[in-house]
Design a protein around this ligand. Structure first.
Ligand SMILES: Cc1ncc(COP(=O)(O)O)c(C=O)c1O
Ligand SMILES: N[C@@H](CCCC[NH3+])C(=O)O
Length: 420
């Protein structure tokens, strides 16, 4: 459920008409619902309430907007970061350093140092050399880094190849079979406190069976490491739960996921950590756009909207589906292609889609755009960077400004040797 609904013939975000936002902020613009974010955070936490000890770290890559992170910090969420930029955002939004976990396969030494300086709670080590580097830097700083080893369980998550992360050919984690000796070598290093394991097998997952298989493999490894004398007090189970981009394709609910986790982990006796991204933010946002033209096409018309692949990259990158709906639906339907203004044939949101009939000038939305939307935006074709708005009841605020071409040009320089 979200808070983007038709009332008296036109779509609202909570109690704000989308037409008002379009008028005041312009289009394209992302619109987030605070109430939806809070609801998702609470539903997720509630789904895990049967577990003895948990920590939830929002996957900041899904939506790093400061206002979004602030909402989640107030809900008690920490953050899962993959860069120092994300760490700065998490801290700026009020997340505690101790509640931050640092994932990612290419953390640089300066980044590791900065994260240690900030006192982040946990490093998720993705390869042995990284663990050695963390230990070295921590020793130089007179600190001990708390860490877990990310394992690659070699399980096919059954999702899009580009967002699958837990198969042996993927770049993430150490192969699970090689984990025990690597863990032992890292645990022997001064400066590093090896406390457990982590995994994350992919994103937009609809089938819990592969997740369960992967968790079971990690559970066996927990027991094996304990038997070898290591103290294991936490396992980071990652994120990955899918969201319904298409109304009739419904993923497992957080509650069903929570039941599975409780069943698989009942004997682990650890703090369980979670890194949800999409399931929290996806349906808390829409991309509001205006139809520029309805262009007659050879087979069917092209609805050309003012949002493009640079604003919402998912359809171009993964052939992803985002529902498209008129803000003021008239009841008529049309079959059309939907495309943006960017000069690439790939700047197409949908082909041959059954949609509300729209005309030039009409407002429309792409739904389920709150995760991996604005954060993946670019300024390709020298388009402005798309702005973001958050709605709270009958109020709304611009939470990220539209970055105009003038500002982008001002950040570039023509060197002296070209000035004559
Ligand atoms: C390590 C890690 N944790 C968490 C996530 C969040 O995933 P999702 O948005 O699917 O919940 C990702 C992205 O897939 C990730 O790479
Ligand atoms: N960007 C991807 C998800 C990547 C997940 C990151 N590990 C998407 O939009 O679906």
């Amino acid at each position: 459920m979200d808070h983007f609904e038709i009332r008296d013939g036109a779509m609202f975000a909570e109690d704000v008409p989308l037409a008002t936002i379009a008028e005041e902020v312009g289009t394209p613009v992302y619109v987030y619902s605070r109430a939806t974010l809070e609801r998702h955070a609470r539903v997720f936490r509630e789904a895990l309430s049967g577990l003895p000890r948990i920590h939830i770290a929002f996957a900041i890559k899904a939506n790093p907007n400061l206002a979004v992170l602030r909402v989640l910090a107030r809900e008690g969420f920490g953050g899962d970061i993959v860069s120092i930029g994300e760490m700065k955002r998490a801290l700026a939004a009020g997340m505690k350093a101790a509640d931050i976990v640092f994932s990612g396969v290419g953390k640089t030494r300066p980044e590791l140092r900065e994260a240690l300086e900030a006192g982040i709670g946990q490093f998720n080590i993705e390869l042995e050399q990284e663990g050695v580097a963390i230990a070295e830097i921590a020793r130089e700083m007179g600190k001990t880094a708390t860490a877990v080893l990310r394992v690659n369980p070699d399980v096919d998550a059954g999702t899009h190849a580009k967002i699958s992360t837990g198969m042996k050919e993927n770049k993430f984690g150490v192969p699970i079979d090689e984990a025990p000796p690597i863990f032992a070598r890292l645990a022997a290093l001064d400066g590093l406190a090896m406390r457990g394991l982590a995994l994350h097998i992919g994103s937009q997952i609809f089938d819990l069976a592969p997740i369960e298989r992967a968790y079971a493999k990690v559970g066996a490894l927990v027991m094996q490491l304990r038997a070898a004398g290591f103290e294991i007090d936490r396992v980071d189970l990652g994120g990955g739960l899918g969201v319904p981009y298409e109304r009739d394709k419904v993923p497992p609910s957080p509650a069903v996921y929570g039941e599975m986790v409780a069943r698989v982990t009942k004997d682990w006796d650890v703090t369980l950590m979670f890194e949800p991204g999409r399931v929290i933010a996806g349906n808390a946002g829409i991309l509001l756009t205006r139809v520029i033209w309805v262009k007659p096409g050879v087979l069917r018309p092209y609805v050309i909207v003012d949002a493009a692949m640079n604003d919402l990259a998912r359809p171009a990158m993964y052939d992803a589906w985002h529902d498209f709906e008129a803000v003021r639906p008239g009841g008529e339907r049309m079959i059309a292609n939907i495309a943006g203004p960017v000069c690439e044939s790939g700047d197409t949101f949908a082909m041959g889609r059954d949609i509300d009939t729209v005309q030039a000038g009409d407002l429309a939305v792409f739904r389920t755009a709150g995760a991996y939307g604005a954060t993946m935006a670019s300024t390709y074709n020298s388009r402005a960077l798309v702005p973001e708005v958050m709605v709270d009841g009958d109020k709304f605020a611009i939470v990220a400004e539209r970055v105009m071409p003038e500002a982008l040009i001002a950040a570039e320089h023509v060197p002296d040797f070209l000035k004559d």
